[in-house]
Design a protein. Structure first.
Length: 271
């Protein structure tokens, strides 16, 4: 149950085995701050999950995956237990929540779902909201291990240009991918990695409901670039967030062999 509906969550809000994480994160040029918006409104019992906090403090690039011991420490301080069913949502509908879905899978916590349609769909259905800080939860003793096959590093991407062991799909807009539109980070040039292809992440989302498109529609999106559920795929974007949206779409069609190039275009363009 890697995607859940708003109705399902509404019926399970008080389930002690569920941790609801508000994973709202916004592009730096939007001037929006997820943590501030959480204080104004959030789904009842939700905890704010700060993607920038849950990242490598020594990383050269934005919100790269944290070391295992730091992830364990931060999850424990948040009260997340190994037995919890994690429900991730965000305020855009489907945007940053797939990043958190991928993170927990990378750290081998497979019982994690995304709220399809996120806070937008929840609010459109006039479901209950809360405001203020996250409720205080007792610390836990979260333990994990890494699934290294879900993470790709720049050396593998460089080698792949020549040995073509995987398909590289970029989730950014067509303009950014083709180098005709600027990057949100002014210091980063636009363009794309050689031999990569492009599925802009909004193309996988219904513009009205903010949910993922039906499975067959997603399958057709991948088919257009000669990708099926047996392909070996690495997903990239600007800084590793929206790549996870396309990765989740690939997961929905039954794709198994995929990973995230965490440094993404920000790292590649900084070489």
């Amino acid at each position: 149950m890697s995607l859940i509906t708003t109705d399902w969550l509404d019926k399970n809000l008080d389930n002690d085995n569920i941790k609801i994480l508000d994973c709202s994160w916004h592009m730096p040029n939007t001037k929006r701050i997820g943590g501030n918006e959480f204080l104004i409104e959030h789904i009842p019992n939700a905890i704010f999950f700060d993607i920038d906090k849950f990242s490598d403090p020594s990383g050269k690039f934005p919100h790269t995956i944290p070391p295992k011991d730091l992830f364990e420490k931060l999850c424990s301080e948040t009260g997340i237990k190994n037995s919890d069913h994690i429900i991730a949502y965000d305020s855009i509908g489907i945007f940053s929540s797939p990043r958190v879905w991928w993170m927990f899978n990378y750290f081998n916590h497979n019982n994690v779902s995304i709220l399809d349609g996120g806070l937008i769909k929840w609010k459109n259905e006039n479901k209950k909201l809360e405001n203020g800080e996250s409720k205080i939860i007792s610390k836990s003793n979260f333990k994990c291990k890494t699934k290294d096959k879900l993470l790709t590093v720049i050396e593998q991407v460089q080698q792949n240009i020549h040995n073509k062991k995987f398909d590289l799909i970029d989730a950014r807009s067509k303009g950014r991918f083709e180098g005709t539109d600027p990057e949100p980070r002014s210091e980063i040039k636009s363009g794309s990695i050689p031999n990569s292809c492009n599925i802009p992440w909004p193309e996988c989302i219904d513009p009205v409901t903010k949910c993922f498109l039906p499975e067959q529609d997603l399958r057709n999106k991948f088919k257009k670039i000669n990708i099926d559920n047996n392909s070996n795929v690495v997903f990239s974007c600007g800084s590793g967030v929206t790549a996870c949206i396309i990765a989740k779409a690939f997961d929905i069609i039954g794709g198994k062999k995929f990973s995230i190039y965490d440094g993404s275009w920000t790292e590649w363009a900084s070489q």
